[in-house]
Design a binder for this molecule. Structure first.
Ligand code: OFO
Length: 170
């Protein structure tokens, strides 16, 4: 059984993951309209993954005798001036999500909820991957600079780039 404190903290995280999914969906739509097919594919995939992160939490809360709450979401407020800005926002967002996960881990320990602590380790690892992915992409963008050919190749490579496999051309 989850404590009240643990349940409400997990419910907060359900919202964070759902908002992450919305943010990446908005980014995907922007990239698609702009003709960045690879970036759009990557962002759609990211959006789906965040929804899976949310569902995993929903199932867990309900399985532990709690009630997963599905709440209203903030509209994503993004700066669409360039895809570099977009990826910088993605990186900052993932850093914020990692902070949220760390707070959850702290709560699980103070509540002596070792099952939840164990469950959260998956998210801890996932965040290491996602922050690393965002950093790798930002480094690539810096390398490309204003080179149009490089940008074309970058967009193409993004189709096959995922948080769990850094298979972009080096
Ligand atoms: Fe990338 O946020 Fe989920 O965990």
């Amino acid at each position: 059984m989850l404590s009240e404190i643990m349940q409400s903290a997990l419910n907060e995280q359900i919202k964070v993951e759902a908002e992450s999914s919305q943010i990446y969906l908005a980014m995907a739509s922007w990239a698609e309209v702009k003709g960045f097919e690879g970036i759009a594919t990557f962002m759609f995939k990211q959006s789906d993954e965040e929804r899976q992160h949310m569902l995993k939490l929903v199932k867990y809360v309900n399985q532990r005798g709690g009630h997963a709450v599905i709440s209203a979401l903030e509209e994503p407020r993004l700066d669409y001036t360039s895809f570099k800005t977009l990826f910088t926002q993605l990186y900052r967002h993932e850093v914020r999500v990692s902070e949220c996960i760390n707070i959850l881990v702290d709560i699980s320990l103070s509540e002596k909820d070792y099952a939840t602590h164990n469950f959260l380790q998956w998210y801890v690892s996932e965040q290491i991957e996602e922050e690393a992915t965002a950093r790798v992409i930002l480094d690539k963008i810096d390398l490309i600079g204003d080179d149009k050919g490089g940008l074309y190749l970058f967009d193409n490579d993004m189709k096959n780039f995922s948080a769990t496999g850094h298979n972009i051309v080096q």
